[in-house]
Structures are given as C-alpha cells and as structure tokens.
Write a protein that binds this ligand. Structure first.
Ligand code: FMN
Length: 357
C-alpha cells in the first residue's frame, strides 16, 4: 500500500508509543519486518522544541524512508507550525495524534480528547494539511473509536478528515474513556473502512499473526498496527507479515539471534540517549524481551542495580548464554493478556503523560 507517494514494504505497522518507539526501536522493527513506523509524538509547543526529549524525537539521522512524525496539540496554527518544523527536520509524512488518552499530552487536553470537539479536530486537520500540501507531505490521522462508549464518532471525524485531504486514518478500537481497559472492538473500524476511500489501519490488541488475519478480515482494513505486543518482541512483525503472505507460521527466533539483536538494540539506545540515561531507560526494554523466560523476575531486579552500559550488556549477554545452553529457540509465544502487571504500570495515563512531556 501507499501513503501519498511512498510505497510501503507491507501492511504491518508499528504503533507510535511515546517512550518506546524511539529511533532505535523503530529501526529494529523495520529491520524485522514492519512495513511502516511513526515516531513518538512531538509536542506542538514551540517552547518545548529545544528540550532534549523533543530534539531527540525530531532527529531522524539514518532513519529509513518514509520518515513519519506524529504531532500532538490543541491549537490549529500551532499544529501547522509544528508540521512545518518537523518537515524542516526531515519528516516526510505528518501524523496527527487524536489517539492518545493522556490528559496532558500538551499543555491541556489533546490526543483523543480532541474527538470531543469535532469542529476543533477538523480545524486542526485543515491547518496541518494546508501547511503540508505545498511541501508535498501527506497528512495522516490516528484516533480512537470515540471519546466514550455512547459517543463513538470516529466515522464522522474520519469522513471529515478525508474530505480535508488526510491520506490515511488509523483507528484504535477503544474509546478514550476506556484507556486500555476492556477489549478493542473492531466494528467501528469496519464502519470507518467501509465509508472511506483512503487507506484505513486497524489497531488494538493485535498480538499474533492469527489475530492480525482475523482483524483484517473483520474490518476490511488495509493494514494492521501493533503496539504493546511488539514490546520486547520486534520480530512479531515478520511473523505477522509472513503469515499474512503465506498462511504458514514461522518458527520462533533463535536464542542466539535475539541475544545479538538485543545487544545491538542496547548499543543504539545508548548512542541516542547517552550512557547514563540510556542504561536506565533500556531496563524496560530488557524486561519486555525476557518477560516470558525462565529467571526473568530475579534478572529484572538485578538489572535495576546495574548503572553502567558495560555491566548491562554483559549481564544481558550472560542471561541469553544460559538460555541458549537450554534451548536453541525462544519459547513459542503464549497468547493471553498482552500486559503483565509491571507493563500495566507503564501503560497507564500517568506514564504516558510523563512520556509525552
Ligand atoms: C506506552 C504507550 C505509549 C503510547 N504513545 C502513543 C503516542 O505517542 N501516540 C499515539 O497516537 N498513541 C500512543 N499509544 C497508543 C498506541 O499507539 C496504540 O494505539 C495502543 O497501544 C493500542 O494498540 P495495541 O493494543 O497494539 O498496544 C501509546 C501506547 C502505549 C502503550
């Protein structure tokens, strides 16, 4: 499929996740089969553009095209400026965030809260399209099904956005009020797909190749977008893409390959964040990679005591050496709730707000 002039490698996408889908992780997901990745959201507040967090997010050095940047905010002219700012720094596609439930994505409500004010949502879309169109940059939109169970207005907003020139819409099958609770529903996504001519992407609770197939079949969507299930499991993209293309299941990856790619991931992570911050922020990724493996819990506790990159790399290497002595391949993924308790803490509003600042 295409977004504007960009042909994508396949229709299995990484969902934007603030604090997770940074440049190293996006790179890894693309290497391991993701057809498309959008950056973590960048605030539309110019006073924050010079912060370390935003300047890291707006740096796309070495990133494979198309470079897609998500912007978040509540003021149409500011969002247009944010689009121009990111285009000047290499963005080839601009994605508008109407999907994040955090209360303070910017200086006040933004993200999926925008869905409560359809006129403002449309004004933002129009302003961003007007800023991007002269530069030949496609605009996409990410949203939820609505803002509350009785107010599922994704269809109205998607139609208006298409009319305003948006070139792709991604829908997470939950309302804003749900946060991450309950199950994603796909009927609203199917209704959006049926009504639009532009590509529609289905998102929410997709955690296996079979689930991806079922959601595509149910919604008729053009692509799937995977978030939490890819944390610590970036090879899920090639597993899904392979299954969708062939109907057959890939064997789980070799322990030796996961050892190598995790160590490479850590090196890239330290390069982006510097060793001090990098070692600390890498802990959550390490915990995700090992969460289903024997000895995960004591190892995670041990990780929190290590403060330098060399020690972290060595401990991770030894953990996977011990695992490799017992089995050649990673255990097959056990389907079930996508979030373990410590992950739930990372997915709640408070942490997303923290990540968004
Ligand atoms: C830690 C975390 C951070 C997120 N950050 C963003 C974000 O910056 N922008 C956005 O549109 N959605 C964000 N989301 C929502 C995801 O893109 C996705 O819609 C949601 O997780 C549902 O997909 P999943 O069930 O595959 O995880 C975030 C989700 C998580 C768990």
């Amino acid at each position: 499929m295409n977004i504007g002039p960009y042909a994508l490698a396949n229709n299995v996408f990484v969902a934007p996740m603030a604090g997770v889908t940074d440049r190293p992780f996006r790179h890894l997901c693309k290497q391991l089969g993701a057809g498309y990745a959008v950056s973590e959201m960048v605030t539309s507040r110019p006073d924050l553009w010079d912060t370390l967090k935003t300047s890291r997010r707006a740096n796309h050095a070495g990133e494979a095209a198309p470079i897609a940047v998500q912007i978040a905010g509540t003021d149409a002219p500011m969002m247009a400026d944010a689009a121009r700012y990111n285009i000047d720094r290499g963005a080839q596609i601009i994605d508008i965030n109407m999907g994040c439930p955090a209360k303070k994505v910017c200086n006040k409500w933004a993200g999926s809260a925008l869905m409560q004010d359809e006129a403002l949502a449309l004004a933002i879309v129009e302003a961003v399209v007007a800023a991007c169109a002269p530069r030949g940059v496609p605009v996409t939109l990410k949203m939820r099904t609505g803002w509350a169970p009785g107010h599922r207005n994704a269809l109205a907003i998607a139609r208006a956005a298409e009319g305003a020139g948006v070139q792709m819409v991604a829908v997470h099958g939950r309302t804003r009020e749900q946060g991450y609770k309950g199950l994603a529903e796909y009927d609203t996504i199917a209704a959006v797909k049926a009504a639009l001519r532009i590509p529609v992407v289905a998102n929410g609770d997709i955690d296996s190749p079979e689930k991806a197939r079922d959601v595509l079949a149910h919604t008729g969507a053009d692509a799937v977008m995977v978030g939490r299930a890819a944390q610590g499991r970036p090879w899920l993209f090639r597993e899904i893409a392979h299954f969708l293309a062939t109907g057959t299941t890939l064997a789980p990856p070799l322990v030796a390959d996961v050892r190598r790619l995790l160590l490479e991931h850590l090196h890239d992570h330290y390069t982006l964040y510097g060793e001090f911050t990098g070692v600390r922020t890498a802990r959550k990724h390490i915990a995700w990679y090992i969460k289903a493996l024997p000895g995960a819990e004591p190892f995670r506790a041990h990780m929190n005591t290590l403060d330098d990159g060399q020690a972290q790399l060595q401990a991770v290497g030894e953990f996977f050496d011990r695992l490799g002595a017992q089995a050649d391949r990673m255990p097959a993924h056990a389907p079930g709730p996508s979030a373990a308790p410590h992950e739930e803490r990372m997915h709640n509003d408070k942490n997303q707000e923290e990540a968004a600042r």
